[in-house]
Design a protein around this ligand. Sequence first.
Ligand code: NDP
Length: 338
Amino acid sequence: MSLPAKYLKDCQIKLGHTLTPVTMPQYGFGTASPMDQLEITKESVKVAIKEAGVRHIDTARFYGYGKIEYIIGEAIQELIAEKVITREELFITTKVWPTYWDKAKESLDISLKALQIDYVDLLLQHWPFCYPKIVNPETGEWYGNPKDPKTGKVLYETEGDFFTTYRQIDAIYNDPSNKSVKAIGVSNFNVQQLEKIFNDDTIKTKPSVLQVELNPQLTQVELYDYCNSHGIVLTGYSPLGSTGAPILKLPEIQEIAKFHKITPYDVVISWFMIKKLVVIPRSLNPKRIATMKYYYDLPSEDIAKIDNIGVTKPFRHIDEDFAAILPGFTGRTKTTAD
Ligand code: NDP
């Protein structure tokens, strides 16, 4: 018996903590593409919007060392000119990189210019720490991930902390003249950091969205409960385990896919949709993207089996050296695959 299927494009989540009503498409398109794939990224974004009905694009100032936002801007403008889409039908997220920890407005303005739009639907603080501004003599720009040249260790700015940038984003949002941001949030924060924001009366607007690595191997149970009880929409990045999509190769996922005669990708995306999470997979395969239109009504036993992968095979796929400073980012949890 085949499972009932639903259109991904029909699913929207209403955000909490916004000044005006905002809804976020639950299924979005990730754009952290490798530097040598910029042209295909543009084509992929266009196919996602035009063929698969995607209405939510997740990007960041830092992706492609600042180049991806320009590519997305071109793709969107071409689709608007072709009358495939209007700006208002799209939900666009961008993020403030830690080098801009004290210049969130400047970062936002650069993003808007690159994306060729006059507002973003969601502005996130990318990471809960700050980087010093050290100029790379070869490019004349600040290093994205500054490191001590002698030790190779990541350098952090100690003038600010995880709170500094959020205060700036809160101020941008609550400026009476603000027309450039519809909702705000954070990424890579843990419960303790969220708790500080929620307990601070000087913060006018609490985060509407938390974006973290989340997939069947990293189910983020603590953050899931916290977000549910604080009106925060939880978004899972690297839902397929990032490059190479290792999550799709897990035998538990493959068995469920085989049983229901759907693909492992369908299984994983359906798990997110049924759990009322936002999911932002990336693909640079236009043929594949064009077919990504549905999710399936998996039975609760399958949802429980997928939840259990996070218990039996916990693994953090995005394990950047710069994140090691964060409480809760304790690096990879060993699995039997290691
Ligand atoms: P994903 O977990 O989305 O995995 C991407 C990989 O999956 C690619 O290699 C892709 O290959 C492959 N893939 C996609 N669809 C399929 C399919 N149907 N079958 C088989 N393989 C498939 O990776 P990301 O780490 O990029 O995460 C998604 C997005 O999350 C990012 O692009 C970014 O927008 C966001 N992100 C946010 C972070 C943050 O700090 N806030 C950190 C990391 C990511 P192919 O291209 O060949 O399809």
